[in-house]
Design a protein around this ligand. Structure first.
Ligand code: SAH
Length: 255
């Protein structure tokens, strides 16, 4: 038996209080999954934990009525992971949003850096991708998809005390002021070992990487650590996924 379908709804969830589903969700349950009255679905809204609910249908519109609570709403993730990323090509950017959701980011911020090619993004599409990924990945909350911001604004908007982990693909250009041993980007795992328990924001650049000016600004910034993700140049989406996975393994909720 495939797992019971999970749906995010915005309504409050309590036993016996029916929730009307929108057309898209009704169509998904009634036509795509071909469910009918009495079938079970699971609901979450980011506030009231997860409930199993009974489906009822009236024509094309479906209603679900919570029956019993399956999981309590956990406290907000702590430490919390924010992903700051420069949008890249559409499919790769969609992948980054989906993987950030699966990898437990609480906030995803599209950041315009000097070499960012994709300057406009569809936040409604990101929010739909994040919602569907949250349903699939069994999260009990949705990541916040923030408005596009410049690098300065995105950094300034971070909660105080957040450790900025700047993934720097060119951390060891010997000739640069930040090159050599003094400014090298440290191996990420070693850097994370010193940041246990701290909220973190991972910063991933665009296809063109960071400019020397951005690198110098970031390396001169308090609460900011430059890290290397190894000797190979990773695509932005690979770097984002690898860095988020490593953070979860060392600092986050992977135990
Ligand atoms: N223009 C660069 C590639 C940028 S890759 C070049 O071709 O040299 C996009 C982003 O992924 C980078 O800005 C950085 O944030 C991250 N990244 C890729 N490889 C990395 C590595 N080995 N170490 C740290 N960050 C890396």
């Amino acid at each position: 038996m495939p797992t019971t379908p999970r749906l995010f709804v915005s309504a409050d969830l309590s036993a016996g209080r029916a929730v009307a589903l929108d057309e898209e969700q009704s169509n998904y349950l009634l036509r795509v999954l071909r469910l009918g009255a009495g079938d079970e679905v699971r609901l979450f809204n980011g506030r009231d934990g997860e409930w199993n609910a009974a489906l009822s249908a009236a024509g094309k519109k479906a209603e679900v009525t919570p029956v019993s609570q399956l999981r309590l709403q956990p406290p907000p993730a702590s430490p919390a992971l924010t992903l700051l990323f420069a949008p890249v090509k559409k499919d790769q950017t969609d992948l980054i949003v989906e993987k950030a959701t699966e990898l437990g980011a609480v906030r995803v911020v599209p950041v315009l850096t000097q070499r960012t090619q994709t300057r406009t993004v569809r936040l409604d599409r990101f929010r739909k991708i994040a919602l569907e990924a949250a349903e699939q990945t069994e999260r009990l909350d949705l990541p916040e998809i923030a408005e596009v911001a410049t690098l300065d604004a995105a950094l300034a908007a971070l909660p105080p005390g957040t450790a900025v982990i700047f993934c720097d693909e060119a951390g060891d250009e010997a000739g640069a002021p930040w090159g050599g041993e003094a400014g090298r980007a440290g191996p990420m795992r070693a850097v994370l070992n010193g940041l246990a328990g701290r909220d973190a924001a991972l910063l991933i650049g665009p296809e063109g990487g960071f400019t020397g000016e951005e690198r110098a600004f970031l390396r001169g910034r308090a609460s900011t650590w430059a890290v290397s993700l190894g000797p190979r140049i990773l695509r932005a989406e690979t770097a984002a996924i690898a860095a988020m996975a490593l953070w979860q393994a060392v600092c986050g909720d992977w135990g």
